[in-house]
Design a protein around this ligand. Structure first.
Ligand code: SAH
Ligand code: SF4
Ligand code: F3S
Length: 473
């Protein structure tokens, strides 16, 4: 079989990153292997996002730039996948004559057949069919980067929540869960390939399996926790209204479950939450945070916020700032509200000026930056166990550049803090040995986005699992 070069560009969330890997996985048997060099590719796939207007614009401007490449190399196949493809369908073919294929979020497993048809007859194809059930459940474990320690595993797709600002239910379809046995098969394949940590993905993992009468999410976690050779489990995203007592309890019971919960709240005001159709209140949210912290005192909590939702008053925005001060998050993502064509809030009155949205965003981020700094500072002097991910790509940006004869390593704590540390060359156990191992790090410096420390002597903080590589300096 002739080898052909495939370039995939991904914009958007972790689910798109996972999908890109699946795309590479299903096309590999046709002879397609990955390349970073877009100009020499036989096929370019743009995996798009439309969560905010900017993301959609980014996708179209990237696609626009591909016209030149295609003119220079007419044999190149240009394909558009992901959420813009699902939203726009054949309008993309009309707007962009250089595009050969538009495939939606449920069409990934039909790709080989479509690509075969295009290779044979240079036809143009659109497939944006959505299905209520999962027609092909894999598992496909696409290619991994050299020494990749952590991998995503999607456990469910779609969303039935219909938050009034959100495009996801419209472009990812109805909620549907994968069979637990297939999920476990996929994780085992990853572990055999050297992965030590998985992040289970879904728009609302707390309702995993409900519709199909499969196991509950906490039961799935129990099964994943039992996989030999796997060291850590993460998951995202949890909808606060569905966060169950059993899932909270799992943090006290499952030793591989990382001490981190991403629990998007969006706003701290009950009126806004109601108009967002979030179906929880500020108090019920705060109550769940308290229960999480009682069960797992060192749990890191992060969240998402939208500022400038239609009709948001200064007082309502203040309620959001007040919530942030109360919870004292370990980190957060904040976005300016953006109208999406299929989302009901687009028709709401009381749109907020861009300048006001910007001011609110800055005030919110400034508040959180202070909290993050203070929380990072409390970690200085403590020893934390990190799962080593590899050598640092960037050096210490605060001017504390690497010293000669040391190698900068990077890893994450259970609470998802990124930790950089240096190991002198003469002690270095080599990339193969350190990557994927647990290391005890004494935190010495705290910055806004990362922590710096040093490898400490002594026993590991946790009993190594089968297949794990313990190290001590
Ligand atoms: N399923 C996840 C979130 C998916 S989208 C959940 O429910 O939490 C990721 C984040 O994008 C959301 O949490 C929200 O903060 C933000 N977002 C979604 N739609 C948006 C819009 N129209 N404008 C601005 N931000 C938006
Ligand atoms: Fe969007 Fe709400 Fe579904 Fe999250 S839960 S994907 S914000 S509709
Ligand atoms: Fe974007 Fe689609 Fe994810 S809209 S955020 S890529 S689900």
């Amino acid at each position: 079989m002739n080898s052909k070069l495939l370039h995939i560009s991904t914009i958007g969330c972790q689910m798109n990153v996972y999908d890109a890997n699946q795309i590479a996985g299903v096309l590999a048997p046709m002879g397609y292997c990955g390349t970073d060099d877009i100009a020499s590719a036989d096929m370019v796939i743009v995996n798009t996002c439309t969560i905010r207007e900017k993301a959609e614009q980014k996708a179209f401007s990237f696609l626009g730039r591909l016209a030149k490449l295609k003119a220079a190399n007419p044999a190149m196949i240009v394909a558009v996948g992901g959420c813009v493809a699902q939203q726009e369908g054949k309008a993309i073919l009309k707007r962009m004559p250089h595009v050969d294929l538009v495939f939606g979020t449920h069409a990934i497993f039909r790709l080989p057949e479509m690509v075969r048809r295009i290779e044979a007859s240079r036809c143009r194809i659109v497939d944006v069919r959505l299905s209520d059930t999962i027609e092909f459940d894999g598992p496909v474990a696409g290619p991994l980067a050299d020494g990749q320690v952590s991998a995503f595993v999607t456990i469910m797709r779609g969303c039935d929540n219909f938050c009034t600002y959100c495009v996801v239910p419209h472009v990812r379809g109805r909620e549907a869960s994968r069979h637990p046995d297939r999920i476990l098969d996929e994780i085992r394949m990853r572990v055999d390939q050297g992965v030590r940590e998985v992040t289970l993905l879904g728009q609302n993992v707390n309702s995993y399996g409900n519709k199909e009468g499969l196991c509950r999410f906490y039961e799935l976690l129990e099964r994943v926790n039992g996989i030999d050779g796997l060291s850590r489990i993460r998951f995202t995203t949890s909808h606060p209204k569905d966060l169950s007592r059993e899932l909270i309890d799992a943090f006290g019971r499952l030793e591989k479950l990382c001490h981190h919960m991403h629990l998007p709240v969006q706003s701290g005001d009950d009126g806004i939450l109601k108009r967002m159709n979030r179906r929880y209140t500020r108090d019920s949210y705060l109550d769940k945070i308290e229960r999480l912290r009682t069960t797992c005192p060192d749990i890191a909590i992060t969240s998402d916020f939208i500022v400038g939702f239609p009709g948001e008053t200064d007082r309502q925005f203040q309620a959001t700032l007040d919530l942030i001060e109360k919870v004292r998050y370990d980190g957060l993502f904040a976005f300016m509200y953006s109208d999406r064509p299929s989302a009901p809030a687009t028709a709401f009155s009381g749109k907020i000026d861009e300048s006001v949205k910007k001011e609110r965003l800055q005030a919110l981020l400034a508040l959180q930056t202070g909290i993050t700094r203070e929380k990072h500072q409390t970690l200085v002097g403590q020893i934390r166990e990190v799962l080593v991910e590899g050598t640092s790509r960037s050096l210490d940006t605060d001017g504390l550049a690497s010293v000669d004869h040391t190698i900068q390593w990077t890893g994450r704590t259970s609470s998802n803090h990124i930790v950089h540390f240096a190991v002198p060359d003469d002690q270095a156990t080599g990339k193969e040995l350190l990557t994927g191992a647990f290391a005890n790090i004494m935190i010495e410096r705290a910055h806004a986005h990362s922590l710096w420390g040093r490898l400490v002597q002594g026993p590991m903080g946790a009993t190594p699992e089968k297949g794990e590589k313990p190290i001590a300096a």
